[in-house]
Design a protein around this ligand. Structure first.
Ligand SMILES: [Zn+2]
Length: 218
């Protein structure tokens, strides 16, 4: 019988542990003696050029690629597990490729940022999450208040980044933090997005006299 493939998408903000989770799943496949290929988008050249590095220093070997076609060129026919890091940077063809590989009986593990620094869905991640068999959405801890964080805060020269700055700044002097929705900040949000659809109702200061508990109306 043909092996049943699957697509697992690991997502969340920066510092949520996406790379650790990807490494954990790849290690399990290694113990099971599966043939594995790990790719990562070449845009991310932090720390090591041919490894998936986590912020705590753990790493596995990965092949840097610039697009989906390069993965296709490098894929070996007997590979059983394909892992992809920084999936948010890839082109739309990656979504089709992941589905085709899973349909062919392979396990595909794709990890990426689900939101950009504006809290908007990042690149192809919504599509990947929709067609996945399993979505592992991880949360970080807010560096400001210590509560669970789902967002990535970009700081440029110590100030929150502005909405109209480019999503991907390679080699820029910027800095990222995990923040919760209460502590996350973006400057120069467009007016149509600042306008709220919904506002909390203001409570009446004192309840009307007749509404007091235990009081009967005459
Ligand atoms: Zn917070």
């Amino acid at each position: 019988m043909k092996p049943l493939g699957q697509l697992i998408v690991i997502c969340g903000s920066m510092f949520a542990g996406k790379s650790e989770e990807l490494i954990r799943l790849v290690r399990r496949a290694m113990y099971a003696r599966k043939k594995i290929q790990v790719f990562k988008h070449a845009l991310d050249d932090r720390f090591h050029h041919s490894a998936v590095a986590t912020h705590n220093g753990v790493q596995i070997d990965a092949v840097p690629v610039r697009n989906t076609q390069e993965i296709l060129n490098l894929l070996e026919p007997d590979t059983e597990v394909v892992a992809i890091e920084e999936a948010q940077f890839f082109d739309e063809k990656l979504v089709r490729l992941c589905v085709e590989l899973a349909d062919a009986g392979k396990t595909v593990i794709a990890a990426g940022l689900d939101q950009d620094f504006r809290r908007q869905p990042f690149g192809i991640m919504p599509q990947l999450m929709a067609v996945a068999d399993e979505v592992v959405k991880l949360r970080a801890i807010c560096v400001v208040c210590g509560r669970p964080a789902s967002h990535t805060q970009r700081l440029v020269d110590g100030r929150p980044a502005a909405w109209d700055e480019p999503t991907i700044l390679v080699g820029a002097e910027d800095h990222y933090e995990a923040r919760c929705r209460n502590c996350h900040q973006v400057r120069r949000v467009p007016a149509h997005l600042r306008r709220r659809l919904w506002r909390p109702q203001k409570r009446a200061k004192t309840p009307p006299q007749s509404a007091k508990l235990g009081e009967k109306s005459a």
